[in-house]
Ligand binder design. Structure first.
Ligand code: GLN
Length: 354
């Protein structure tokens, strides 16, 4: 523990950062410098410009007394290998900030490839999307906000994860650009099902909206608003469900996406402490060969996909062939494997044949 608070002459900003860096690298944190900076930034509320200008200045005593204990607390947590995202409560994904905690997998940059591939393939907004195993909701929310799809359903077995996803839906979907009005309706408590709608002003005239489909129809909650020219209704549903268990039997989607748990059980214990000790195992563990969830999803998704609908999986970099085979055996076509930025197989896409 540093003695900065007891010293007559307090530390400079640079010394504070160095202290954090040493503390974290001693604990085996790889990005110790970067993480120390983020924790300093968050605890003292200093930005990079001011840090660079003032780095050799001593930190004001009052400010030190107020923020230094917070900084130390953050450093100790990080040194015990708690992920920085759990300490700060946030992770950026697809240019949006997502709330995270220990109940959800922290959004990975790799997963952006999954979202990007769906956005690449589907420019039409009049589509319904199902995100199976949504976790923080990062995939579903990004697709709803950036793809503008009319209906997005996000399912997860964990109610605690769905509460996090709900925060992210509120954070980005309910307040997106052009929102004229929004509302939430609890459809059922067991299983937990929450429907959220936004009415987004997109310009254009009423005629155009009419031909775009049912999105302007009145759902009974907001008489009138959906009929205003240029307003388009967008729906987001959060559903507690063990895979497809609680979905409506006759509901069919244009697109199903999923980043299911896919790490072989035996591999998990060899992962970094941040992952194996602090992220939910149920979000990582794909059973013996890692393919457990793909088998069920491939087998059951045909029933919930419209003819000609597409399924997109994030996969482990050595799983493309196995997942492709499962899809072929189940009658899917147009199978494509997409690589991530580092050049590893990351997404498999397939079409439910017409
Ligand atoms: N890509 C994640 C990791 O390597 C795993 C995600 C998953 O199992 N869906 O930690």
């Amino acid at each position: 523990m540093s003695t900065f608070l007891r010293e007559e002459e307090g530390p400079t900003w640079q010394q504070l950062l160095e202290e954090g860096k040493t503390c974290l690298s001693d604990a085996g944190v790889t990005e110790s410098g970067l993480d120390a900076w983020y924790l300093l930034e968050a605890s003292f509320g200093i930005d990079q410009v001011h840090f660079l200008m003032d780095r050799t200045r001593r930190v004001n005593r009052q400010r030190l007394e107020k923020s230094y204990p917070v900084y130390r607390d953050y450093l100790e947590k990080r040194a015990s290998r708690i992920p920085i995202q759990h300490i700060l409560g946030n992770q950026e994904f697809m240019g949006l900030e997502f709330t995270v905690d220990e109940n959800v997998l922290i959004p990975r940059q790799d997963t952006e490839k999954l979202v990007e591939t769906v956005l690449r393939d589907h420019k039409n907004q009049a589509l319904s999307v199902l995100d199976m195993c949504t976790g923080s909701g990062c995939i579903a929310v990004s697709l709803a906000v950036l793809g503008g799809y009319d209906k997005v359903t996000a399912a997860d077995i964990s109610k605690a994860a769905l509460k996090v996803a709900k925060k992210n839906v509120r954070r980005h979907f309910l307040v997106q650009k052009g929102t004229a009005r929004s509302e939430s309706t609890l459809i059922s408590d067991t299983p937990w099902k929450l429907k959220m709608c936004t009415y987004v002003y997109q310009g254009g005239d009423a005629q155009e909206q009419e031909t775009a489909g049912e999105s302007v129809s009145d759902n009974g909650y907001s008489p009138g608003i959906a009929r205003i020219p240029g307003v388009r209704k967008k729906e987001f549903v959060l559903l507690e469900s063990d895979l497809f268990l609680n979905l409506e039997q006759d509901e069919k989607f244009d697109i199903i996406v999923s980043n299911p748990p896919y790490i072989p059980s035996a591999v998990i214990d060899g992962l970094e402490p941040e992952v194996k000790d602090h992220e939910p195992r149920m979000a990582l563990d794909g059973a013996e060969d890692g393919l457990y969830f793909y088998r069920i999803l491939v087998q059951q998704s045909g029933r919930y996909l419209k003819e000609g609908g597409f399924i997109y999986f994030e996969i482990g970099c050595d799983q493309a062939e196995a997942v492709g085979k499962l899809l072929t055996a189940a009658g899917f076509g147009e199978i494509e494997t997409i690589k991530d930025e580092p050049g590893l197989d990351r997404v498999v896409r397939a079409c439910r044949n017409r």
